[in-house]
Design a protein around this ligand. Structure first.
Ligand code: SAH
Ligand code: SF4
Length: 351
């Protein structure tokens, strides 16, 4: 069992079974998520016998660092982790300069929810490698704790967490939400719900469930096409859930939560970046509280598509905005370290 897989109440139960007082559970919880201890020896406020028992029965390091890479500007660090059964996952930290207008000193951590992914989007390095397994909630939490511990040395902290690494978080719904609940706990890491963003390929029942739970977490939908045939050509999930159904689920989400939805759009040269496509997209999104986050494609080995150039990206944005839909063009980060979703684990895997 990984220590990060435990909820506070299961930790309390476990300690009761060990005949320890309940306040010990709180001490352990605070040690993990407030002091950011990474090994049992650091819990010096616990009796030695209890520390030993913890060390014997629980795994404190579910992730082994296999490799890390810094981008040339040192603002992006990608870490490749090995799980206990040998699977590889990645997490990427992006730092934004406090002296520039955009980002203002944010430190955004992008984490994985699965080893591989079953959704098979053709442009995605993770999709190209197929599905291995779901991560446990503890394996998701551990990625955050690893970076939180590393940043603490610089007296810094993670400011935003995005579920945009490997895997489809809504395919691993329970564990992804359990990880958010652990990280959000006010007595623990206390990471505000509004500073999380979940990105989904568009699994309709889970979008509705998420809406019903009325979480304050941001929701992003990977759309990438405004027409079902075109979307199906790059995203097999469109066979199951058509664009209309996805947009209707988003309407339901906005009604329930009054929160704005983000649509993600990887701009692929000659595929989904024309002004006509932008107009079609705008007409489909009309009336919905939303905005579009477009990012030039990160080219991958298994897909021949290329990135849209800056000028064409700006025309796409302007066309959308003229039709009343807000759009941001995001710049790609960490290209020199293959920081795109799944790119590094893909290179290193035997497949
Ligand atoms: N499975 C979820 C979250 C992980 S992918 C999802 O698909 O939303 C995070 C984002 O990266 C998604 O919007 C995805 O479509 C996008 N993406 C994947 N491969 C990409 C690539 N090669 N270039 C640009 N964006 C990519
Ligand atoms: Fe999976 Fe997201 Fe990649 Fe599609 S884009 S294959 S859903 S990780």
């Amino acid at each position: 069992m990984h220590i990060y897989d435990l909820t506070l109440s299961s930790l309390i139960n476990m300690l009761q079974q060990w005949n320890e007082p309940a306040y010990r559970a709180k001490q352990i919880w605070q040690g993990l998520y407030q002091h950011l201890y990474s090994s049992p020896e650091q819990f010096t406020n616990l009796p030695g016998a209890l520390r030993e028992k913890l060390a014997e029965r629980l795994n404190f390091s579910p992730l082994k660092v296999k490799l890390f890479l810094d981008s040339s500007d040192k603002q992006t660090r990608k870490t490749l982790f090995e799980l206990h059964d040998g699977h590889l996952i990645e997490a990427v930290l992006m730092r934004y300069d406090p002296n520039t207008n955009s980002g203002k000193g944010r430190r955004t951590l992008c984490i994985s929810t699965q080893a591989g992914c079953a959704m098979g989007c053709v442009f995605c390095a993770t999709g190209q490698m197929g599905f291995s397994r779901h991560l446990t909630s503890g394996e998701i939490v551990a990625q955050v704790m690893y970076y939180a511990q590393a940043l603490k040395v610089e007296d810094l902290a993670v400011t935003n967490i995005v579920f945009m690494g490997m895997g489809e978080p809504f395919h691993n719904y329970e564990n992804s939400m359990a990880a958010i609940d652990t990280l959000n706990d006010p007595d623990g890491y206390n990471f505000g719900a509004r500073r999380f963003t979940i990105s989904t390929v568009g699994l309709v029942p889970q979008i509705k469930k998420f809406a019903d739970e009325k979480r304050q977490v941001n929701l992003a939908i990977s759309l990438h096409a405004a027409d079902d045939t075109e979307r199906l050509a790059i995203m097999p999930v469109n066979k199951r859930y058509k664009i209309d159904e996805v947009i209707n689920a988003c309407k339901y989400y906005v009604e329930k939560t009054h929160r704005r939805v983000t649509f993600e759009w990887a701009l692929i040269s000659g595929v989904n970046d024309s002004p006509e496509v932008a107009r079609k997209l705008a007409s489909r999104l009309k009336g919905l509280l939303c905005h579009v986050n477009a990012i030039p494609l990160n080219p991958t080995e298994g897909y021949q598509g290329q990135a849209t150039d800056r000028q064409r990206a700006m025309v796409f944005k302007e066309t959308l905005e003229q039709a009343g839909i807000e759009c941001t063009i995001r710049m790609r980060r960490g290209i020199d370290i293959a920081a795109g979703c799944g790119q590094l684990a893909g290179q290193d895997s035997p497949a």
